[in-house]
Structures are given as structure tokens and as C-alpha cells.
Design a protein around this ligand. Structure first.
Ligand code: NAD
Length: 372
């Protein structure tokens, strides 16, 4: 079968679903690969690099299996051939109308954002690989806007104090942000309702700030909404930290809900001029009052609020490489014979979970999967 790597049409998207090196991985599974001309340009991969890796250039939408980063537009959907398999970030929980449109065609759609959180599927977990990149980049964006050193220095010209960074939410993105900020030399603090992350925070050089209100434990690897008691105690912590720190990176999310509000406008108003907040939850409504998704806002007291929603796309070559590798790992699972033939096994929990449309029928949501 032929696998197509299509050019992304979403404004500002710089990633591509396969790089020359991941194309080699797809070829090794027995497929042929066709790449849209220019598909890799924005992430620094030329057509020649793809052809040297063994791909052809041509109409990737005409392939049997289409690999894509973002969900397709209506016009793109019309270009899928009958019987095709589309694989990409399809946001099935948020986009029922897209699933309905897909199901009007005799096609199959696999949503990369529906990979279950079980150990066996970790190598295919695009959300985690992108969150890791985004957390790193959030710190780089903050450092770029912050007009001072992150690391403390003692020089002949005087002493420079280290920057203080607070990371709120210690999931994959939060851990990457803690690692990046401490490797730049900042003093890093982090908080999360899940106390089990404390050791991870410390191992990356950070200090864990606990909110001493017991939380219901998670049963599925995802965070639960916090209680009103917890939120009251956390609000005090945030207000005290806002007055003290220079940089805040917020990453708090609860699956299927709007982002929890962590910092109010009063907290932001209490921050020092020149401080920077990166709200990584801006696309889900924001953790910080006043952030605008996709934009940078400077408040009256001189605090920069960064609401970029494309943090992973700001490191396009590596984001594409990790995304592409996650896809190759999924294709390995889908190609049991290593013979260039995609076979979907609905008895397998991972394959069942990612399949949101099968041959014109909506198959989302899947039955629940137990974490392992
Ligand atoms: P996420 O993006 O869903 O949420 C980010 C963080 O926000 C979480 O740590 C969550 O606890 C925190 N949070 C929620 N409400 C908050 C609040 N009110 N205040 C502060 N923080 C709040 O998280 P994630 O990056 O997907 O990771 C969540 C967990 O799942 C982590 O322990 C991670 O290691 C684990 N995980 C496991 C797998 C797997 O395959 N086994 C894959 C990905 C993630």
C-alpha cells in the first residue's frame, strides 16, 4: 500500500507528519511513501531529502493511508480516496461534526490524540511527546521576553540573583518546563494536586510546593477536578508565589473540562513589573485570568502574559521527528506482517481506542481501557 505524507494547511502549522528519517521507518514496514511537494519545507526538510530517503513526491492525498498532523478541512476530506485510512490529531471528543463528516465517506480515521495511557502505547503517545517539547519551549519563550538572566552570577561588576520560576501543573509539559528552567540556572518551584509528583520535581532540581488538602486519587492516569477546599488553599499559595517569583508557567488541565483557573487578575497585578507568565492551557480557556489564546498581552503593571497555542510547532524539526516516530510505532502495530499492508485489529485495545471512524461508521468513544 502507499502511505501519503500531506502538506499541512492549518495557519501557523510548521510540523509535518513524517521526516526523511521516519520515512525510512515506514519503508521498512513494506509500504511505499508519497510526499506532497513542499510538505516538509516549514520544518526544514526538502523534497530532495524525502526522495533520498526513498519517498516519491506526488499527490499524497491519493494514497491508501494518509498521515497528517492536524484534522483535515472539508476540501481535504473530499480528496481522500474511498477505502482510505486517515491518521492524525482529530480531537474526537471536541469535534463530533468532523467525525460525522468523515463517516459520510467510506473511509477509516485513526485519532492520534486517542492513544490510551497504557505503558504499551507510550511509544505512540503524540500528546506526551508534543507536551514535552511545548514545556521546554514555554521556558524559552519566557526567557526571551524576561529582560534578565535566569542563572545567578557573581561577577566583577556585581552580583546577579537567579530568576525564580513557578511551574503549576506537573504533568509531561510541567516536568519539561521544570527541567528546562533549572538547567538554565533558575530557582524552580512547582505545585500539583497529585503529591506523587514531588519526587519527580526534586529529581529535576525543583522544590515541590504542597497544597495540604487531600485529593481523590486518579484511577485512569488523568487528573481529577480539585475540590473547593483545595482551590481555596491553592489560591493562597498562588497569591504568595505571584508576589515573589519572576516567571510562572501554568500547565494545569483536566481531561474533558475547561482549564482550571489558577491565577486571578489580582495575582497577576501583584507580580513585579517585567515578570512573565506562560499559560500553556490558553487553548482550553487558560489557567490565568487575562491571557489570550495565541497572543502576548502586557498588563498595566508590566507583566507579559504569553498565550501561545503552537509551542510545539515552534520547534518544528524535532516536533516532526518525534511525531513521525510515534506514527511509525503505531504503523508497526498496524502492520503485523511487515508487508506494507495495514490490518486493523479491533480486539487490540490500542487499535480500538484510536479508531474513531471505521469504514463510514463512527466508532468513538471506545469502551473504557484500564490503566497498566
Ligand atoms: P495533563 O496535561 O492532563 O495535566 C497537566 C497537569 O495539571 C497534571 O499533572 C495535573 O495533575 C495538573 N493539574 C490538574 N488540575 C490542577 C490544578 N487545579 N492545579 C495545578 N495542577 C493541576 O497531564 P499529563 O501531562 O498528560 O500527565 C498527567 C499524568 O499522566 C502524569 O503523571 C504523566 O506522567 C502521566 N502519563 C502517563 C502516560 C502513560 O502512557 N502511562 C502517558 C502520558 C502521561
Amino acid at each position: 500500500q502507499r502511505i501519503g505524507v500531506v502538506a499541512e494547511s492549518t495557519a501557523g502549522e510548521t510540523r509535518v507528519a513524517a521526516t526523511p528519517s521516519t520515512v525510512r521507518g515506514i519503508l521498512a514496514l513494506g509500504y511505499r511513501v508519497v510526499v506532497d511537494s513542499g510538505a516538509g519545507t516549514a520544518s526544514g526538510f526538502t523534497d530532495e531529502a524525502y526522495t533520498e530517503a526513498g519517498a516519491e513526491t506526488g499527490d499524497a492525498w491519493a494514497a491508501d493511508v494518509v498521515l497528517k498532523v492536524n484534522a483535515p478541512s472539508a476540501a481535504e476530506l473530499a480528496r481522500l480516496r474511498d477505502g482510505a485510512v486517515l491518521i492524525g490529531l482529530l480531537a474526537p471528543a471536541q469535534r463530533p461534526e468532523l467525525l460525522a463528516a468523515l463517516a459520510e465517506r467510506p473511509v477509516t480515521a485513526l485519532a492520534l490524540d486517542a492513544v490510551p495511557r497504557i505503558s504499551r502505547a507510550q511509544s505512540m503517545d503524540v500528546l506526551s511527546s508534543m507536551a514535552n517539547i511545548a514545556g521546554y519551549r514555554a521556558v524559552i519563550e519566557a526567557a526571551h521576553v524576561f529582560g534578565r538572566f535566569f542563572t545567578g552570577q557573581v561577577t566583577a561588576a556585581g552580583k546577579v540573583p537567579p530568576a525564580k520560576v513557578l511551574v503549576a501543573g506537573v504533568g509531561v509539559a510541567g516536568l519539561a518546563a521544570i527541567g528546562a528552567a533549572s538547567s538554565l540556572g533558575a530557582v524552580v518551584r512547582a505545585t500539583d494536586p497529585r503529591p506523587e509528583v514531588a519526587d519527580q520535581v526534586r529529581s529535576l532540581g525543583g522544590e515541590y510546593l504542597a497544597v495540604d488538602v487531600a485529593q481523590e486519587a486518579s484511577t485512569d492516569g488523568y487528573a481529577k477536578a480539585t475540590s473547593a477546599d483545595y482551590d481555596r488553599a491553592a489560591a493562597e499559595l498562588y497569591h504568595a508565589q505571584a508576589r515573589d517569583v519572576d516567571i510562572v508557567v501554568t500547565t494545569a488541565l483536566i481531561p474533558g473540562r475547561p482549564a482550571p483557573r489558577l491565577l486571578t487578575a489580582a495575582d497577576v497585578a501583584a507580580m513585579k513589573p517585567g515578570s512573565v507568565v506562560v499559560d500553556m492551557a490558553a487553548a482550553q480557556g487558560g489557567n490565568v485570568e487575562g491571557t489570550v489564546a495565541g497572543r502576548t498581552v502586557v498588563t498595566g503593571n508590566g507583566v507579559t502574559l504569553i498565550g501561545y497555542t503552537d509551542l510545539a510547532s515552534r520547534l518544528p524539526a524535532q516536533a516532526s521527528q518525534l511525531f513521525g516516530t510515534n506514527l511509525v510505532n503505531l504503523l508497526k502495530l498496524l502492520t503485523p506482517g511487515h508487508d506494507g499492508r495495514l490490518v486493523l485489529d479491533f480486539e487490540d485495545v490500542v487499535q480500538r481506542a484510536v479508531t474513531v471512524v471505521r469504514a463510514g461508521e463512527v466508532t468513538w468513544p471506545p469502551p473504557p481501557v484500564a490503566v497498566s
